[in-house]
Design a protein around this ligand. Sequence first.
Ligand code: SF4
Length: 463
Amino acid sequence: METIQENCGVFGLFSQYSCSTEVFQGIDFLQHRGQQYCGISTYDGTIHHETHRGRAANAFPEEELKRLSGRWGIGHVSLQDRQPLRWLTGIGEISVCFSGNVINANELIREMMGRGKSFLEGTDVEIISKIIIEGNNLVSGISDLARKVRGAYSLLVLSKDGIYAARDVFGFRPLIMGQDAAGTRYAVSSESRALQNLDMEVYRDVEPGEIILINDEGFRTVAQLDSPRRAHCAFEWAYTASMDSIIEGVYVQEARDNLGESLAQRDIDEGDLAADIVAPVPMSGIGHALGYHKRSGINYQEVFLYNRYADRSYTQATQRDRDKMAKRKLSILPYVKGKRIVLCDDSIVRGTQIRYKVLDLKEAGAKEVHVRIACPPLMYPCEFGISTRSYDELVARSFMRTGDITTMEQLRALEEWMARRIGADSVKYNTIEDFVAALMTERGNLCLTCFDGISPYPPNFIT
Ligand code: SF4
């Protein structure tokens, strides 16, 4: 995947002990969801609060974590903005962070400004906070989001009562609860890996439209709003989430394994299984390549070596510098010379990164490079703030300007065109049907808009 535009992760902990170190560790385990900003708020009668640019591990000194006192707190990592945001309000001091995107932000800002409200920057978290604050209490304020916000949100609100955790009524973004065996710590996280790595057991996912209060008594559902349907972002399993997470009861690793197996099965069925090695584009292609290897029996072999000491790419000012840095991060293993390689990745957006990788492998002497893509072709932008924002970013749209890929003939024609475009010997994608089957979830529970263009919103739902 080349261009995740925005993403973020949230983590909240209610503990019998001082919480800041574990909130810090929680967001550190979610760092793959956003590396530009990080922040923590804690409560001990008043809210203590720090946000930084950069990764949590580099940003929070020990002394600062000591200053963030209190038994309950929330944290955030982001590609886009500083969160949590702290507010002094008529319903008490609160701090708010969320993972998601407000599609109707401009309309909401206009409507609130028309009522005399002011905004600092008009960020999504500011809009969400202001809607919550307008409520009679926190539960009614959070409930109001479902009536007003068109978009995706998994939300944490820190207050004197404890931590409120809520998910939009479609459940686009994941949010999962966990607790330790002794009953001394209750946590909520964008991904289960943060719970597991802090020695907590997964309790369950927060339901779409559910509002939970976490305090000394554990988890309590304080409201359950009507959910028209579920629409979990299918990209979580294919790309966004860490491989050691479990989302909606489905292991991410198993889903990626299945996606890779499905690609191999198609090659078996079509008589195209002829390669010396199967390799991933790191890191996002690893699970898919392992699944391909499992079904095909072709040796799994890394072809790119990850240089963990290369400078962080987000510190580079221009796209050109970021591209150069990305290239420095991956060197090619000379072993590829003369090899026929199946190269697995999660998706093709613009097609530039995969093209560079194919060219690099060929320059290093690879005999053939066959690209296998876990996701179906990306035909529509994502309006929920997770993937691409415009048709211009989608290379598959250069092939098919309008309409959908609905037949195998159309898919094969796109694949042949894409192979020529990126210099590969062949390209194959999973079909939408195979993709859904690999996720082991009902199609009606998933958002697949970027593949099929079908919005999960019922007609006239918050326009
Ligand atoms: S449009 Fe695609 S990336 Fe966006 S929420 Fe739906 S599945 Fe996820």
